[in-house]
Design a protein around this ligand. Sequence first.
Ligand code: ANZ
Ligand code: ZN
Length: 833
Amino acid sequence: MEDRYDFRAVEAKWQGRWEASGLYSRGHDPSRPKFYCLEMFPYPSGNLHMGHVRNYSIGDVVARFYTMNGYNVLHPMGWDAFGLPAENAAIQRGVHPADWTYANIATMRSQLKGLGMSYDWGREFATCDPEYYRWTQWLFLLLYRRGLAYRKKAPVNWCPSCTTVLANEQVIDGACWRCKSQVEKRDLEQWFFRITAYADRLLRDLELLGGWPEKVRVMQQNWIGRSEGVEITFPVEARREGITVFTTRADTVFGVTALVLAPEHPLVEELIAGRGDELAVQVRAFARRLADLGERERTEMEKEGVPTGAYAVNPLSGERVPIWVANYVLMEYGTGAVMVVPAHDQRDLEFARKYGLPVKVVVRPADASLPEGPAGDGLQEAFEDDGVLVNSGPYSGLSSAAAREQIARDVTARGIGRKAVNYRLRDWLISRQRYWGAPIPVVYCDACGIVPVPEERLPVLLPRQVDFTPTGGSPLARNEDFVRTDCPSCGRPARRETDTMDTFMCSSWYYFRFASPRCETAPFDRDEVAYWLPVDQYIGGVEHAVLHLLYSRFFTKVLYDAGLVPFVEPFTNLLTQGMVTLGGAAMSKSRGNIVSPDDIVRRYGADTARLFILFAAPPEKDLEWSDQGVEGCHRFLQRVWRLVTGIVRDFAAPVGGWGGAAGDGTAGTALRRALHRTIKKVGDDIRERFNFNTAISAVMELVNEAYRYRESVPRQEQDGALLRELAEKLTLLLAPFAPHLAEELWEMLGHRESVHLQAWPAYDPAALVAERITIVLQVDGKVRGRLEVEADAPRERLEEAALAHERVRAFTRGREIAQVVVVPGRLVNVVTR
Ligand code: ANZ
Ligand code: ZN
């Protein structure tokens, strides 16, 4: 038996054995409940970073813990392998994206194996495997068949440096989420998924997600952005067609002093058609200038507008209002037209002040009046709250809420409006002008139009040879062999779609695939999915709170509607882990504050790396890296090693095995109690709150107690059965956190079967309760009282309790105390001078 724990040899030994024995591969097991534990699969960038290690260490503890608690646990891993960096590597270094990607996967797979994660590697796949993307394409066709995939010309977010289209969600503060360049607008024919058709269900079903962090649900809710209001059509002078606006504040309709159209609104062209006057020229120039700007820039720039010279009529008040075009009205929201109510909307007020539009107060606080009077001349700030209507014809005197209802009813009855619901959520743009993605399985035929590639001809394979020079178009479009094909419907020459799919599409369904990763007849085997899914515990970064999680929820609902899965939400419980920081900032290459997982594993071993990461902070909180913390965890594991090997050496199992641990004597009882309290605490901390940090510190405390016992009780008096029990249960408690060390100790303790297949230790409730005994209290050798105490109460406690005892105080009053003699378990004698 070694005195020092040789983590290198032990970790390599067990990783080899686990792999050889298939310890973590799982199938159906009707005798146990299932548990699907999933960590967000990584993009194979080439190297694991600490954020990965944290994510996967958390998942691994959960998977191992549930296994030990009797669950049949599915714990798979794979690769989110399509995407831009591979293509950039091709452009910059001439490496083929496939070669680059698979080489990175090989590196990262071995890094993960080196960490001792309990993955069922037999289920591994990469989303760029043709066997996988074949089904991504199949799912595209499913959506197409269900009317959920469509093509339209649309202004798209264009990143000039990545030379690709970005989804709205990938534009952050007007910049590309990946390279941070300013995003531009372009008009392109694009494929979209009609996620908006599911807006209501995506919102409503958030209620089913009680196992998700509240903040993530709120983010999704805001992203979907449901808004209830009314559409009202204003007739336009000298035209048959009116302008329909969407408003959430129909109660302010008597305060309208202008209508404003988005610059792209189709009516703008019509209103100025054939006109050569100055206003028309201005409007044209204005619309053209704005066409290039992104949504975000527009909403953040100063409000700007131009009058069209045309007028509309307020259908409720009969007033004539000018029609303007302005930058702050978005074509993609509502109807692309708004009614301007300066008195009650701050944005409108700023616009009105700038251009001298009238301000008309029509709502007042219920309990006070706006001092400015109806004309609102001095109004500094719009009154945006609900109140009581004034200057509003037949609606005056009504509350805002009542007026909204009444006006909605009236416009509906008159056929000039209706109640309407709008969502901030946009349809999901999935076309990418890139090579390294799943080709969209569609053919364009002059005779037949858009023709989906028949299922039996999938996958539409990515050709290996393409020219990666960035030109702004799809590299596939320059590969004539790929492009030229026959129309699946009429057989005549046709052309393939050359865009590939957004990689978020690949990650929207991978968790289904893990249930039956080699299925060749469908994206997944329905029975396997019905058995393993939904995912019981999903773990990943909060940066995916909107995109990935929303798309995955959408896919699940579509699959449910198609009768392919029996549930509507894919992830029952979600844990979003915090960042790993160094010097208070997120570790990042550009900041140069990176700690390499490989270095840590090399120097201290995987168990130390995992233990530190789990010990240093609760999982949802940020974790500040600390070299001393790592050292400390390493020393702790060494301490555990010496403790357990020492016990094994001193207390070899007698013939017939050890009997139950009596825990005789005060010290033994205390140690046994500490052990069972720790078992209870570690289980509760993991199960109820994922408080790995407090669980680990409880185990550390237990190890300290064990050392105290070993050092203070003479060897012959030590309770061998108790120490064996302690060694075994301590090893079981550590198994999820330090799986290699635990496995080695378990073997040393004489077991044949893996520690990771053992039952989680149960605590003995009786052991938690301290036994109580009565001790005698003496003053100068005479019995003066009795005291009930915990059997193992330490000396200091007994002394303190004795001196505080009423009778002892009575007999020592006015005398100086010379000595207190404590005989634990029996008596306390207070000696006076
Ligand atoms: C008149 C009004 C008066 C409005 C008032 C607000 C306050 P949410 O809650 O986000 O749905 N709006 C409508 N369509 C728009 C567009 N395409 N671009 C920019 N703004 C638009 O907001 C709805 C409100 O945003 C609508 O209600 C409209 O202004 C504006 F005292 O109509 B409101
Ligand atoms: Zn055809």
